[in-house]
Design a protein around this ligand. Sequence first.
Ligand code: SAM
Length: 313
Amino acid sequence: VTFAISAAWELGFLDALQEQESVEIEAFASEHDLHRSSVRAIAEALGCGEIVVLDEDGVVRPGPIFAEVFATKGFFYWLTRGCGELFSVMPSIIPNAARQGDYYHRDLRAVGVACRDMGYQFFDAPFFSFLDEIDFEIAADLGCGSGERLIRMATDRPDLHGVGVDISANALELAHEAIAAAGMDDRIALVRADARQLSPLRVFEDVDLLTCFLMGHDFWPREQCIGSLRAVRRAFPNVEHFILCDTYRSGLLPSAAAPLFTPGFEVAHALMGVELPTLADWHGVFKEAGWELVEQRDLPVPSSTSMFILQPG
Ligand SMILES: C[S@@+](CC[C@H](N)C(=O)[O-])C[C@H]1O[C@@H](n2cnc3c(N)ncnc32)[C@H](O)[C@@H]1O
């Protein structure tokens, strides 16, 4: 069912259901030149999860949990399209001998698409409400993924300039397409760099707002995180606010009550060799890394996620 949700979203089926409230399988398949039996099978799989309801004429309508699944589709997409290959080779990459070099692959473009949707659904409201409280002119986003957060900020503030930093060429390609489509090439620059070891660049010099969503755990382990966050401070000498928002190790597992995404997120990072920090781990690094934690805003979804509002210490 998880894979069916991702496929249905990518193929436009979930959006069609959201917009039109009913979709005829035959018509949808022929309109998009899709294999009709596969579309029907996906709809039936979604029906097993009560996400949709099918009638005898092949008409599909939203089911009892459609709205909840539509809001959380980014998490399913992250797990399947973004990390599917990682999970499928799980038994092969657990032996220590196999964990050498580039021993796994994820689709970071899909991760970017997934996170963009999580952003719309769950991160934008607390983030943009914080932005209303501060002044800034140039923003940089570390691990910018799809670039959507910068685009949204620049849409709200016509004088804003921004720079997105990401390590992945695929993520930057997605960001570049979106920035060009928004007509913001002259206002948002992109830099391919490893945020764990940033060097000062001219384009970073006047940045006064720094953001980093859903990649903070890549700074860890602790000593490396402290070094990286210090380097971030040096690379952005005029930054006034640093908003770091991340999902941390929940400490909830094992638990039958944990949201589905939590074990998926924690297993994926264990497989990739990323030691997810706990909330207490985060609290233990800011000061030493040269940042003062001014405020912490906890997000209800995803679980175990906080927005840390930092200033140079
Ligand atoms: C989970 S995605 C989040 C994307 C975006 N911040 C968002 O909220 O939609 C994490 C992003 O961080 C990038 N990333 C991971 N490690 C990085 C590093 N060391 N330096 C720069 N970018 C990194 C990934 O390529 C990916 O685009």
